[in-house]
Write a protein that binds this ligand. Structure first.
Ligand code: AMP
Ligand code: MG
Length: 398
């Protein structure tokens, strides 16, 4: 059976970044730049004051002497004249320096008497001045393609005048839940019925990842009904389905997909939970058939779907983020399959500690309660004692 590593490599090789779109900077939070951005102007646009103070033209002999203040310059309304040799202009932070001035002395470093100021003994040429272009120069590379746009990048792009940016769009994900036993939240489950909790679990994960969710609803375990529901998913960039993918008598997903020309990339991976996970392409669109058991659906989402979503969204690093931690309790592995155990992350005495959830049942939503990380335990590893150094996959840091 395919290993996790091998299966993930197949996913990443099958999924390409979505074609770029141009959108307003306001809508680009968390999206990935599709092209490099170069500055269109100098920043700052002109030499300006870094302090509230007085601007003047520096000369060695000026230290400790008096200057006459001949005007005031503010951010947004500069002083337009050019001060003479023993003159200064009162200047506020962000105001362009008056012509000929190159140095600023802060308000708190001078003694003011009427229209004059006494300069301190220590002065450095060019002090407290932000030079034109010192942040970036016209045509300088600001951001490379592949950079995700978070707060710092958005501020920089705005400062550089980019109201619109070319980015890879957030993936639209069609979400289908299959199972005769399922009812939607709000309905009272009848005998043998349970609520479709996977829809809420996976929608939350998808929104965390910045995706938009196209709910395809509930689908009975009948191949023809499944096939019809899947057709609606073809408006999405990726299709996600839960249930019906194992070897049970009513696991019809693969049969329904085969009728629609589905190209299977893999079915079944040597992992626990999540062995029956299905991945392939439906008319070129990535489709994942996740197991119906909630903790297995959640694990396979992290192991395969999130990396695929990150690849679609153009992130250069799509594989899960790993963090070193100390194991907070004994765990057991499996002879044949790589195990992925849910757990909490905590910081204790400056070290990250992974506390495995006491419940690891794949059928239980409670295995996921508070879980922020997955611990991979290699196939054939019988057990790992508390205190071991491990690497965990971080799902959420908070
Ligand atoms: P399946 O993968 O269809 O064999 O389902 C495995 C288990 O997961 C069964 O106990 C199902 O009742 C349960 N299950 C399937 N789909 C969902 C869902 N959407 N929400 C909660 N549990 C589910
Ligand atoms: Mg089922």
């Amino acid at each position: 059976m395919l290993s996790y590593e091998g299966a993930l490599a197949k996913v990443l090789a099958s999924v390409m970044p979505l074609p770029p779109v141009e959108i307003s900077l306001d809508e680009a939070d968390g999206l990935v730049l599709a092209e490099a951005v170069d500055a269109r102007w100098d920043m700052p646009p002109a030499d300006n004051s870094a302090m509230d103070g007085f601007a003047f033209a520096w000369r060695e002999s000026l230290s400790g002497t008096e200057l006459t203040v001949i005007g005031s310059a503010y951010a947004g309304s500069p002083w337009l004249g050019s001060p003479g040799p023993a003159q200064a202009v009162r200047i506020m932070t962000g105001s362009p320096l008056p012509t000929g001035c190159d140095t600023v002395v802060p308000l708190e470093d001078v003694i003011e008497t009427g229209q004059a100021i006494r300069l301190p003994d220590k002065l450095k040429k060019g002090q407290h001045v932000r030079r034109q272009g010192e942040e970036f120069r016209n045509r300088e590379r600001l951001l490379d393609a592949g950079v995700p746009l978070y707060a710092g990048e958005s501020g920089l792009l705005a400062a550089a005048g980019f109201a619109r940016v070319r980015v890879h769009p957030a993936p639209r994900v069609a979400l289908l839940s299959t199972g005769d036993e399922l009812v939607e939240l709000g309905q009272t489950p009848g005998p043998g019925q349970i609520v479709n909790s996977n829809r809420y679990l996976l929608s939350a994960r998808l929104r965390e990842e910045g995706c938009s969710v196209l709910p395809l609803g509930l689908c009975r375990d009948e191949p023809e009904v499944l096939a019809r529901h899947l057709a609606a998913g073809e408006q999405a960039d990726l299709i996600l389905s839960t249930g019906g993918v194992s070897v049970g008598d009513r696991d019809y997903l693969r049969e329904a997909l085969a009728k629609r020309g589905f190209e299977t990339v893999f079915w079944k991976v040597a992992i626990k939970p999540g062995k029956p996970v299905l991945f392939g392409l439906l008319n070129g669109r990535p489709l994942f058939g996740l197991p119906g058991n909630p903790a297995a659906a959640a694990a396979t989402f992290e192991l395969f779907v999130r990396p695929a979503l990150r690849r679609l969204a153009g992130f250069p690093l799509a594989a899960p983020l790993h963090l070193r931690a100390i194991l907070g309790g004994d765990v057991h592995g499996d002879r044949k399959r790589e195990c992925f155990l849910w757990g909490r992350l905590g910081e204790e005495q400056g070290r990250m500690v992974f506390h495995p959830s006491s419940r690891q049942g794949s059928g239980q939503n409670r295995s996921l309660q508070g879980a922020r990380a997955l611990l991979p335990v290699p196939a054939g590893c019988d057990s790992l004692p508390a205190g071991s150094d491990v690497e965990v996959m971080v799902i959420r840091s908070l």
